[in-house]
Design a protein around this ligand. Sequence first.
Ligand code: IDP
Ligand code: MG
Length: 140
Amino acid sequence: MAIERTFSMIKPDATKRNLTGAITKMLEDAGLRVVASKRVWMSKREAEGFYAVHKERPFFGELVDTMTSGPTVVQVLEGENAILKNREIMGATNPANADEGTIRKVHALSIGENSVHGSDAPETAAQEIKYWFSDTEIVG
Ligand code: IDP
Ligand code: MG
């Protein structure tokens, strides 16, 4: 298995409930290392750009509103098989379908306020890391 990097966000529904530490601990306990991290309050334009792949979906407006409703913690995670591992610890998009012990099962409020984002493939991980971080901000 390869050491990979993936992109993660702790979404506003979670930062508002002071869950940054609790969620980061779940990521670290799963064997992932936070190699870059910053707290941002994203603009509408940044949220629309980040989620451009979903722009035709009926929930796009709600998604942008939710993501700009408070601060987000953007992170780069590193570890063995990090992309898939992060998706596993996150749990299903809809917390009602998420496995026991996953971040979304434990913390998410709804499909729209589901506490975390994680890249779904190597290509999106590379794109998403680049969207939020310069190389010098990823410090190991
Ligand atoms: P993912 O975050 O598990 O990868 P995606 O299908 O990529 O899920 O959707 C991106 C985000 O859009 C979700 O995390 C969620 O916040 C939001 N979203 C997806 N489907 C719905 C929906 O049916 N209603 C409201 N928001 C949704
Ligand atoms: Mg996705």
